[in-house]
Ligand binder design. Structure first.
Ligand SMILES: NC(=O)c1ccc[n+]([C@@H]2O[C@H](COP(=O)([O-])OP(=O)(O)OC[C@H]3O[C@@H](n4cnc5c(N)ncnc54)[C@H](OP(=O)(O)O)[C@@H]3O)[C@@H](O)[C@H]2O)c1
Length: 336
């Protein structure tokens, strides 16, 4: 991804601020300093954020969870045609080959696209091979952002192996997913590179404010899965969000849809949004959110939605059950 000059200046300023803060605090960055740095790096004009490693990342992207190979290829192709430059996939979605085909078919230059994938816990002892296999399936020679999908099994060792993959040029940025305060701190005890991104379940019903504050001192940016309430879950959160009177009133005031209001809330509250869709009309709708702004009062009204109830609770104390559930080996190469 090309870094524009003013954004480069911002990244350098951020690095200076962070280094000053680290210097003053004798090692650990203060929350205040990092919040300032973080605010500076989230840019709603360009639709990008400068990560804590100086790399530019789009703040709206296409999610591909639960898309079949055919749907994934079509959705990625349409998204890139409509101007998306961030695509989110994972080993476990079993559609990386199709994502790669969509990218290739679009004709958009590789360096303009920011591709995220995620490693599965069954591969945490074999990260080098897992990365090579991921690259082969995507048909790419580097991954822009690689996440640990779940913090189970040898996630600490896997994080250190991802750090090494950066120096080998196979991965540009690394981060975590579904990781909460305790395990984030475990990682920080061994990390030499702080996570650039933390991807968790987040939408108006689960706003993750405490976690967001917790990661700010490291310049780690939050990325929001289930941004529209999620697909294929029994809680029906999407329907209640889309039909909520407050959301609909705000949508009417701006001449926008409920989905667009919710996605704009993500960006204005400091979360990268990756709505999933197999419908080209929705894909276009979801990126048409840069021509209006939610007022402070509208943001405050949406902040009252928070319930702190996750659909998939990775904070569960049942470590053994989660480790077993999330570590089952999968044959990622058995995809079209
Ligand atoms: N790290 C993790 O553990 C994790 C977990 C879950 C998800 N994720 C990532 O986060 C992404 C987003 O999550 P998600 O796709 O499950 O849920 P989501 O984005 O909250 O919701 C997707 C659902 O919303 C519908 N939709 C999308 N745009 C719409 C619009 N403008 N109007 C009406 N309906 C719309 C989609 O249907 P149509 O197909 O008909 O548009 C789909 O059913 C995933 O795709 C994946 O990349 C990560």
């Amino acid at each position: 991804m090309r870094i524009k000059q003013n954004q480069l200046i911002m990244a350098v300023s951020m690095a200076i601020i962070l280094s000053l803060v680290v210097g003053c605090a004798g090692g650990a960055p203060t929350q205040e300093g990092a919040q300032e740095a973080n605010r500076q790096s989230f840019n709603l004009e360009s639709g990008t954020v400068i990560l804590n490693n100086g790399i530019e990342m789009p703040i709206i992207g296409l999610g591909t969870f639960a898309l079949t190979s055919e749907q994934a290829e079509e959705s990625v192709y349409h998204a890139l045609m409509y101007g998306y430059r961030l695509i989110d996939t994972a080993n476990a979605y079993m559609n990386e080959r199709a994502v790669g085909r969509g990218i290739k078919r679009s004709g958009v230059p590789r360096e303009e696209i920011f591709v995220t994938s995620k490693l599965w816990p069954s591969d945490y002892d074999n990260v080098d091979k897992a990365i090579d296999d991921t690259l082969a399936r995507l048909g790419l020679d580097y991954i822009d952002l690689l996440l640990l999908h779940q913090p189970y099994g040898n996630y600490m060792g896997a994080y250190q192996a991802m750090e090494k993959a950066i120096s080998k040029g196979k991965v540009r940025s690394i981060g975590l997913s579904n990781t909460y305060q305790d395990k984030f701190d475990n990682i920080m005890r061994v990390a030499t590179i702080p996570p650039a991104v933390l991807q968790v379940e987040r939408n108006p019903y689960i706003q993750q404010t405490e976690l967001q504050e917790h990661i700010k001192p490291y310049g780690t940016v939050m990325e929001d899965w289930f941004p529209l309430g999620g697909r294929s879950n029994s809680s029906n959160r999407q329907a209640s969000l889309f039909n909520d009177e407050i959301i609909l009133a705000i949508a009417q005031a701006h001449g926008k849809t409920a989905a667009q209001i919710i996605l704009r809330w993500h960006l204005q509250s400091g979360g990268i949004a990756i709505p999933g869709s197999s419908n080209p009309a929705h894909i276009l709708e979801n990126i048409t959110i840069f021509d209006f702004e939610l007022t402070i009062e509208e943001m405050q009204r949406i902040s009252t939605f928070d319930t702190d109830e996750l659909i998939f609770d990775h904070r569960s104390p049942n470590e053994e059950a989660n480790t077993n559930a999330y570590s089952r080996p999968m044959d990622f190469n058995s995809q079209e």
